[in-house]
Design a protein around this ligand. Sequence first.
Ligand code: FAD
Ligand code: SF4
Ligand code: SF4
Ligand code: SF4
Length: 385
Amino acid sequence: MKIEKCFGCTACVNICPVQCLQMKPDAFGFLYPELIGNCIRCGLCEKVCPAEIVIDKKSCGEVCFAAIAKKRHSESTSGGIASLMSTKVIEKGGVAYGVGFKRGKCVYNRIDSLSEIEGIRGSKYVQAELNDTLALIKCDLVNHKSVLFVGTPCTIAGAQLYLDNQGIDMEKFIAISFPCGGVPSPLFLQEEIGEINQTNITVKFREGRKYLFQCKTLSGEVLKSQTRVRSPYLIGYDYRLTLRSCCYSCLFSKESRIGDITIGDFWGLQSNNEPFKSLYKRQQTASLIIITSPKGEAFFKFIEKDIWLEKHSLKEAFIHNPRLHEPAPAMTIAAKNFRSKYMQIRSIKKAIYSSLSLYDFFKEYYRYSKLLQPFHFIMGKIRTQ
Ligand SMILES: Cc1cc2nc3c(=O)[nH]c(=O)nc-3n(C[C@H](O)[C@H](O)[C@H](O)COP(=O)(O)OP(=O)(O)OC[C@H]3O[C@@H](n4cnc5c(N)ncnc54)[C@H](O)[C@@H]3O)c2cc1C
Ligand code: SF4
Ligand code: SF4
Ligand code: SF4
């Protein structure tokens, strides 16, 4: 397998019977499996690799929902549906897996108490470390616990192949994926956090529809705050300069989806019914929910009384959310330049600014300028007709 295709899902490392694989960072900080011992050529790592095996994806159907959790927390990224799902599973005695900060790094966490929900709330636009997550999930399922796993589609694919190959009953495994815009390296994030004491911080990337880069202590003190156009990290993400190689030809940005439910942002929502319309106006954001399996349908029924919902056609969601049907464009010249500049100067800020042209910066500024908002609104209206 070509290494650029590897998602970093850790399924191969977890399945290896002689533990001769380990995840190690490449020059950009992305983790890849590396041979560290004697391989007995059992072939198991290939059987669980989502880059090698064509995994069964599920049809989206024709409808979806705009959704806002009735008790949406302001720190949630969109409608607060992921956190609500985690809450409901834990209330029933199950466990939830999500991404939070630990000692300045973004990692998948296993949580089984409601007090831990805050730690995993909010999207972190970075590749999170899995460590022993797949083994922990297996253990929970063997112990008959309900497991909710919210993750990138490729991570879910790796987890499913790993569990399936171990003969684990997946009836109690609920997989929630999202339309995925790709993941930058944890190394780039750490550089942006920089001189700030990295042990007890968290980074907020979104406030409703607004992107920002805000480092805070766990008690809420803001240590660094940058708007989208001033943050090199977000500019790099926006221009898709800093993504993992596999994200430039993602196998999962397709109309058929992985997992039991897809949640995401309902960009460009035209809400027509009260009380949803007023609520959406107040919250300035809403989640998208697409149900993709009978297990997902049953779970949705279990949580739906806690959500404000509005039914829409899937077509509406597709218009403003390209990652539901096509991967991020192939690696551009600017992205290749970024990579070679980063290797020379080892500074994400300098590498980003020297990879983009002046024209790109003007485009970036005007894209988010208030001046153009009426134009975006009219274009959105035309597209949804
Ligand atoms: C890297 C990334 C790219 C995304 N790209 C898109 C996109 O292109 N289009 C779109 O519609 N939506 C995208 N999303 C999803 C979107 O940002 C929201 O996460 C989603 O709508 C859930 O919001 P919420 O309010 O329901 O969840 P919240 O209540 O805010 O909880 C967020 C959930 O996301 C999980 N999470 C946070 N960071 C990560 C991470 N790095 N990896 C895996 N899980 C994580 C948390 O564990 C938690 O369960 C992306 C998310 C991530 C992490
Ligand atoms: S072939 Fe078997 S022993 Fe060799 S790396 Fe893969 S899983 Fe491990
Ligand atoms: S199993 Fe996952 S981590 Fe291992 S090679 Fe395949 S994609 Fe990469
Ligand atoms: S864009 Fe595709 S390959 Fe990249 S993290 Fe998301 S699901 Fe995985």
